[in-house]
Design a protein around this ligand. Structure first.
Ligand SMILES: *Cc1c(COP(=O)(O)O)cnc(C)c1O
Length: 358
């Protein structure tokens, strides 16, 4: 029996996608083989790869002067690849620190160049996005990096920053949750395991003029220009992940594209935050204008009830609600694959639990 899976990542995938992958698992489109068992250089796989990219380009309206790369190494590898490709040893780079993932990204960048924290949400204990009027960007910075959605803190930007330097965004937990204007960004990266597909694949969308300037000691597999020139097949790409991502892109198109998906995501988030705010029993610490549509952390009035909440929720078919080990409390991740009925079931369970224990 399928449950409603609120895991933060790897996260739930659309059932239709899993069923299609299952149906095609051992005999992929009449080939007598699994898609996992064929050469990435084959014509058949090239078609899968090209179609996935075309569908992603359509979904996000990616302009022609942007390259789409299908990489390995997760978002964490991009914490290094970004400074290696976009900055030099003496370069100044700007980072906005809104929580755990920002901190990891800027920590890694500090190994390669001179990091300046242009804004920091410390004053709010990382529960809100600092208004852009308070930022102090470095003139001439090689880029400005930010994390549009902090997966652990549940803090999301409601705006795209306006800066002179190329804008770099770690969209791991928010990509494809709503339409974005890609032309505002120099580079977008996202690990797949939240809103795209299986772990092991990482997408990079990069403006072409930002490639070709990597530091000389950049590993070739992380050099955006080398990878782009090779169509992300400099070496063996994560073929199965690429294929499943393609199925997810098709599913998103069947959902009506990202505007329709965004409406659903907004409704899901609103229902959950309303349940929390109206309860007097649960609490979400994030400022109203910085609340994530994708990751909703919440505390119980009595933290000792946490284990019981998680256990009873699991018994009710609501899985993986325990918060991140660093944050405690609960967290419901409600990515694209989580249907509204899953959030309704959670909301009903929460009301009932609060009634019994409040
Ligand atoms: C999950 C996550 C990462 C880490 O991704 P890996 O693929 O495990 O490296 C980085 N940034 C954000 C915002 C994330 O949600």
């Amino acid at each position: 029996m399928r449950v409603f899976n609120f895991a933060a990542g790897p996260a739930a995938l659309p059932l239709e996608v899993l069923e299609q992958a299952r149906d095609e698992m051992t005999d992929w489109r009449g080939s007598g083989m699994s898609v996992m068992e064929i050469s990435h250089r084959s014509e058949a796989f090239a078609a899968v790869a090209a179609e996935a990219e075309a569908d992603l380009r359509e979904l996000l309206s990616i302009p022609a002067n942007y390259k789409v790369l299908f990489l390995q190494g997760g978002a964490s590898a991009q914490f290094s690849a970004v400074p290696l490709n976009l900055a030099h040893a003496g370069s100044r780079v700007d980072y906005v620190n809104t929580g755990a993932w920002s901190a990891k990204a800027l920590g890694e960048a500090g190994r390669y160049c001179s990091v300046h924290v242009a804004a920091d949400a410390a004053a709010s204990d990382y529960t809100s996005v600092p208004p852009q009027s308070t930022w102090r960007p470095t003139p001439g910075a090689a880029y400005l990096h930010y994390t549009p959605n902090e997966t652990i803190g549940g803090v999301e930007f409601a705006f795209v920053p306006q800066v002179d330097a190329p804008l770099v965004a770690d969209m791991s937990s928010t990509i494809l949750s709503r339409p974005i204007d890609v032309s505002r960004f120099g580079l977008i990266y996202a690990g797949a395991q939240k809103n795209i597909g299986p772990a092991g694949l990482c997408l990079v969308i990069v403006r072409e003029d930002l490639t070709g300037h990597a530091r000389a000691d950049t590993p070739r597999v992380w050099d955006y220009k080398s990878v782009a020139d090779a169509g992300s097949m400099l070496n063996t790409p994560p073929t199965f992940g690429w294929y499943v991502a393609g199925l997810v892109f098709k599913w998103l198109k069947r959902q009506g594209g990202l505007s329709a998906v965004a409406e659903r995501n907004r409704a899901k988030a609103q229902l959950l935050y309303r349940t929390i705010d109206d309860s007097g029993f649960y609490r979400n610490p994030v400022a109203a204008d910085s609340r994530s549509w994708m990751n909703v952390p919440f505390m119980l009035a009595d933290p000792r009830l946490g284990a019981r909440f998680v256990r009873e929720a699991a018994q009710a078919g609501l899985a993986n609600l325990e918060g991140h080990r660093s944050a405690g409390g609960m967290r419901a991740s409600i990515y694209n694959a989580m249907p509204l009925e899953g959030v309704r079931a959670l909301s009903d369970f929460m009301r009932e639990f609060a009634r019994r224990h409040g």
